[in-house]
Design a protein around this ligand. Sequence first.
Ligand code: TAP
Length: 449
Amino acid sequence: MDVINPATEKVVRTVEPTSRQETDAAIERARKALPGWKNVAPGDRARLLRRFAAAVDADLEHLAALEVANSGHTIGNARWEAGNVRDLLEYSAGAPERLLGQQIPVPGGVNVTFHEPLGVVGVIVPWNFPMPIAGWGFAPALAAGNTVVLKPAELTPLTALRLAELGREAGLPDGVFQVLPGKGSVVGQRFVTHPAVRKVVFTGSTAVGRQIMAGCAEQVKRVTLELGGKNANIVFADADIEKAAATAPYGVFDNAGQDCCARSRILVQAPVYDRFMELLEPAVRGVRVGDPADTSSEMGPLISAQHKERVSAYLPDGAPVAFRGSAPEGPGFWFPPTVVTPGSLSDPLVTEEIFGPVVAVVPFTDEADAVRLANDTEYGLSGSIWTSDVGRALRVSRAVEAGNLSVNSHSSVRYWTPFGGFKQSGLGRELGPDAVRAFTEVKNVFIST
Ligand code: TAP
C-alpha cells in the first residue's frame, strides 16, 4: 500500500498489507498472550502503561511529524493528537489498581463481583484521527487486561505502526498490542468473524458500522461503534454573536471538516441571521489554509484525491454557495472552506455528512424550532449551543438528541469525560471514568457461609 502525503501527493512510504492468514496468526498470538497479561499484577500493568505514555511523550515530535506527512493534519493538531494518546495512557494507567468489584451480603452467604477482561479486542480505526481514535480503543482495553489487535485505515497506517513499536520498547509483552495495517474487507472483517476476538471497537462510517454490528451479532460479540455526525451549531439571538461567528469556522473546518464532530449545520435565529452572516464571511476568508507543517496553518488538505472528488460532488455548478475561503493551487488535495445556504431542508448539503470543509447555514424562528431542526437527522453525535441564557442552554442541551454538546464552545473531546453518539451515530461510550469498564465482563461469585 502506497502511503501518500495529501499535501504534496508524493509517496511517503510503502506498507505491506496484512493477509487473512497473517491476521489469524496475530489473533492467535494475542490469544496466547492473554493469560500472562491478565495475570500481570495491577500495579505492574499500570507501570507498563505509564512507561508506554512516557515513550509516546519522548517521541511526540516524531509522531506529530509522521501524522503531518501521512494525514495532512496541521502540526498544531498533530501534536495535540499525539499528546492525547500519551494523556489517555496515563489516565488509563490509574485504572488497573482501581478496577474494584462489590461485595453484596445475601441470605446464606455473600456475593463478590469481579471485572474480568473480555479477551482479545479488535480495534478498527478510520483515517481522520489515526492516533487519538487508536488510543481511545487500545489504552483502556490494555488497562483492563485485554490483548489488542488494531487495524489502522489503509490510508493512514504510519502513526499506529509507530505506536506499536513504542509499546514494545516500553516493555509490553509479545502479542499484547499488535498493529495490522491492511484492508477493512480483509483484516477488519476478520476481527468480526474470528471467534477469539471477543469485542470489536469500530470507528468509521455509519454504513460500515451497520455491517460490523450485524456481523458481531453472529457470535454475540461485544461492540462499540463511533459513527458519523451531522452536528448542529445553534446560535440564539441572545448569544455573543461576534464570538459565535468568529469561532464557527473552527467548529467545522478543523481537520478540513473531516471530523465526526464537525458542526456542519449552523442554525441561526432569524433576527441575527444577517448580522451573523456579515461577521462569518471575514472569519471564513481568514482561515489560513496551507502547508500543514507550517505552524501558522489552520487547515490542511483533504485526505485523498478520491475524497476530494466525493466532497466536490456536493457542490456542482449552481450550488447555493454564499462565500468561500482560499486554498493553495498546485499539488495536494486542497479544498477551500465553503459556506452554503440551501433553500430546502431536504438538500443533501443539510442532511448528509459531507466530511469536508462545507457548512450549511439555516435560519430558525424560536427555541422549539431550533431543537426540531437540530434533531431532524438520524445522527446524534455532538453540537454547540450559543446563548447568554443559562436556562435556555440547559433546556436545549437536554432536548437535543446528541451525545456530546458544548455551550458557548465547540470542543467535544476531553479524555476525562464520556464520548459517544445517540441514534445512528454510535453505540456505547469511550473515554471518561467508565471507559475501562467497557472492556470488562462482570463476574458474580456466591460464597456460601
Ligand atoms: P470507513 O470507510 O467506515 O472505514 C473505517 C475503518 O473501517 C477503516 O479502517 C476501514 O478500512 C475499515 N473497514 C471498511 N470496511 C470494513 C469492513 N467491511 N469490515 C471491517 N472493517 C472495515 O470510514 P472512513 O471513511 O475511514 O472514516 C470516516 C467516517 O468515520 C465518517 O463517517 C466519520 O464521521 C466517522 N468517524 C466517527 C468518529 C466518532 S468518534 N464517532 C470519529 C472519526 C470518524 P479501510 O481503510 O481499508 O477502508
